[in-house]
Design a binder for this molecule. Sequence first.
Ligand code: SF4
Length: 118
Amino acid sequence: MKRNLTCIVCPMGCSIEVELDGANVLSVTGNTCKRGAEYAKNECTNPKRTVTSTVRCENGEIISVKTDRAIPKDKMQECMKLINNARPCTPIAIGDIILSDVFGSNVVATQHSAAHNS
Ligand code: SF4
């Protein structure tokens, strides 16, 4: 089986073809660099994504958050639910952990809570 992917690791967006035998990667072609090959292999065997979202603090402020690592793509919905149910206490600084150990990642603040005080 063949899968065609567009590499999203850098803006070049190389078209990559992956030849698979079930879950085994037989070959990767079209990538310009090693990072593309790695991306294509992972995308076909264990796709992961960084989740970005917002969370409502206990005082009603909304702050931006993201996972500090990519998590398994099939866990994104569950991760979003956890984020939606979280009600962190302010003040919150950039980099503060909002949720820890979420599918191998932490959910961290990417925007200071004071930015929404206006
Ligand atoms: S294969 Fe390499 S050069 Fe091409 S898009 Fe991916 S990271 Fe960029």
